[in-house]
Write a protein that binds this ligand. Structure first.
Ligand code: SAM
Length: 402
């Protein structure tokens, strides 16, 4: 099969995890880039990556690269691409453009010019031209211009891969699925000790944890991927990839407990759990964090406490002090990972983080902090403030393949 240069996109801070996931699948010539990983692979690898990689938002296959300094060179180079290899005459397409540090600056105009170039390519061949349709799109085209180098690629995913297909309901501020999956892998959890999300909201983190531990593919619940409309799509290869991956599904060996103080959140989480068929695997409880007790001596907590405009600074400080107190009181022997954009408030937890990753939660910068709760933690004065130093990310250690 033909090999292509591809780019998998992700969120800030998850590049190492994504690199590791792609390497495990057999991607070649991997190179970390900002919010993504470049690699070489054939269509089979692209299909696999869409189905299995948990920390990719989309996977692009490059079809042309050229220098572009003005609209004329853009038009001519796009027109030159052998579009009949990628687009049936009756197919619909959409173009997304992003531009960084280049002479051309107007992405809407570049999109328009590229659309004209594609139409003229078909006109010159006296063929019916494919049409643009944003609602019912067959082929997703991406134009990326950076420092005057234009990369034209086909987006193999279409709808972002964080849309896993299991979330049918959402409460306030649900965490992105790709971010949740990345956090789980950054934490180093292997599905071998009990897992808790005591502020589970819609249930994203525990669902991603169960999928990870049970080897449920990231795309298991998703109905479609853009590559299924490609001209060189091979259904036999795709069905084989799915069948082989689905055969590896396994049972949970530990407890996964999701809880929240809000009745509404618990109901929403239950809907999602049921939709994913995980309601018998994940234990869902309506309770306040201070009432939740560990089931065993060792375990891990991963959660994102409330944040945002609705909470006053006083509330936020109170929430973080309370989290620290509960951890020290009830969770000895456990590791607690917290993602927070309330960088100042996090120090009110009153514990030193043993690890720290810099991530982004939506548009906000976030810290993903690990607190080791051991016997001595109890003695730390309740509410004592520790300084969170500005440190670089800790290196991600590759997940051992079983
Ligand atoms: C930012 S949301 C979590 C979103 C969640 N990760 C998701 O993907 O939907 C924070 C959640 O913490 C819950 N919460 C806040 N304080 C709590 C407490 N003391 N005990 C239990 N749940 C709490 C809220 O009800 C809310 O659902």
């Amino acid at each position: 099969m033909t090999e292509y240069t591809c780019v998998a996109k992700t969120f800030t801070g998850l590049e190492d995890v994504l690199y590791s996931e792609l390497k495990d699948l057999g991607a070649k010539d991997l190179e970390k880039i900002k919010r993504g990983v470049k690699f070489k692979g054939d269509n089979e690898l692209i299909f696999k990556a869409n189905y299995l990689v948990r920390t990719a938002l989309r996977i692009m296959k490059n079809i042309a690269v050229f220098e572009v300094t003005d609209e004329e060179s853009l038009y001519e180079n796009i027109k030159k691409i052998e579009w009949t290899d990628y687009l049936y005459k009756n197919q619909t397409f959409v173009i997304n453009t992003d531009i960084f540090h280049s002479d051309l600056t107007n992405s809407a105009y570049v999109t328009l010019k590229a659309k004209d170039a594609i139409a003229d390519h078909y006109r010159a061949k006296k063929l019916t031209r494919p049409s643009v349709n944003k609602e019912n799109t067959d082929i997703y085209i991406n134009i990326h211009i950076s420092h005057n180098i234009c990369t034209v690629s086909l987006d193999s995913s279409g709808e972002s891969l964080h849309k896993r297909g299991y979330k049918i309901a959402a409460d306030k501020a649900p965490i992105n699925e790709v971010l949740a999956a990345g956090m789980i892998q950054l934490s180093g959890w292997k599905g071998d000790i009990d897992f808790y999300d005591p502020m589970c909201g819609s249930g994203t983190i525990p669902i991603e944890a169960a999928m990870f531990a049970m080897d449920i593919p990231a795309g298991y619940y998703r109905k479609s991927f853009a590559f299924e409309k490609w001209l060189d799509y091979d259904d036999e290869v795709w069905q084989k990839i799915k069948a082989e991956a689905d055969e590896k599904l396994k049972d949970l060996e530990v407890n996964i407990i999701a809880s929240d103080r809000s009745e509404k959140a618990v109901q929403i989480a239950m809907k999602n759990l049921k939709h994913a068929g995980l309601h018998k695997d994940i234990e869902l409880v309506k309770t306040y964090f201070d009432r939740l007790k560990p089931k065993s001596e060792k375990g891990i907590l991963i959660f994102n406490p409330p944040y945002g405009m609705r909470l006053s600074e006083k509330d936020i400080i109170k929430t973080y002090k309370e989290i620290g107190n509960v951890l020290k009181r009830n969770w000895t022997g456990h590791k607690a990972w917290i993602i927070t954009s309330e960088l100042k408030a996090a120090k009110f937890i009153g514990l030193h983080p043993s690890k720290r990753f810099k991530l982004n939660n939506g548009p906000k910068e976030a810290d993903f902090l690990c607190f080791d709760i051991y016997e001595g933690s109890k003695k730390a004065k309740s509410g004592k403030v520790f300084r969170l130093e500005k440190k670089k990310n800790t290196t991600f250690k590759k997940k051992k393949q079983s």
